[in-house]
Design a protein around this ligand. Structure first.
Ligand code: CTP
Ligand code: MG
Length: 221
């Protein structure tokens, strides 16, 4: 029984606005993808990795894994139109031996082993899924047509990050259904009645979205 990681790297990176997909934007002189890939490969918690690359970028992704001397990359597949479709394509490559599947965004390069340990420990406590989460600092409001309709109780709200860990059969089943509207994997599992817990996230797991984020993360490395 093993732990597989699916690294979602197939996005276009439209908000970053470079001439290449975000996974291949430069972060400290290397493709952004290198950072999370290297960290997953080095993690004692992870046995095998599936890379989900932007369509047409499978070859550069495989070459990068070779350059980094990654020993755990079992497959590299092209992603789909949405993140959920990309994850579905990646999970289809996960071996039958997988007990647990961890899904991580390549757009969150600063992955620590501490957060990996926390999500996997969460699963061991009997949950279907475990996700890293941060408390919100701002007050959150629901707005319709420019008017505030509701102010949400902040103490109940968190911001979900990745890596997100799931029992393999639970994630496979969730991905077999309708994927519309899901912005993370946990949402798909929750929608099917799966029990997902949160563990403390990490501010350094910032999702690189625009050029400023890229600069910020470069400073951290
Ligand atoms: N992702 C993916 N396949 C997609 C869309 C997103 O694998 N069709 C991945 C991205 O590569 C990223 C993560 O999901 O690692 C989070 O997505 P996001 O930050 O939105 O990245 P992009 O979709 O690439 O960026 P943008 O929305 O600005 O185009
Ligand atoms: Mg996107």
């Amino acid at each position: 029984m093993s732990v597989w990681a699916v690294l979602a790297a197939a996005g276009r990176g439209e908000r970053l606005g470079e001439d290449r997909p975000k996974a291949f934007a430069k972060l400290g002189g290397r493709p952004l993808l290198a950072e999370s890939l290297e960290r997953l490969d080095a993690s004692a918690w992870i046995d095998e990795i599936v890379i989900v690359a932007p369509p047409g970028w499978e070859e550069p992704a495989i070459l990068l894994a070779e350059e980094l001397a990654c020993s755990k990359v079992a497959a590299c597949v092209a992603g789909g139109e949405t993140r959920a479709q990309s994850v579905r394509a990646g999970v289809a490559e996960v071996g039958k031996d997988a007990a647990v599947i961890v899904v991580h965004d390549a757009a969150r390069p600063v992955l620590s082993d501490g957060v990996m340990e926390r999500v996997l420990t969460g699963l061991n406590e009997g949950w279907d899924g475990a996700v890293p989460a941060l408390p919100l600092v701002d007050t959150v409001k629901r707005v319709r047509d420019g008017q505030v309709a509701e102010t949400l109780p902040r103490e109940e709200l968190v911001a979900a990050q990745t890596p997100q860990a799931f029992l393999a059969p639970v994630l496979r089943e969730a991905l077999a259904g309708d994927l519309a509207g899901a912005t993370d994997c946990a949402a798909l599992v929750e929608a099917r009645g799966g029990r997902v817990t949160t563990v403390p996230g990490d501010p350094r797991l910032l999702k690189v979205t625009d050029a400023e984020d890229l600069e910020l993360v470069t400073g951290w490395l």
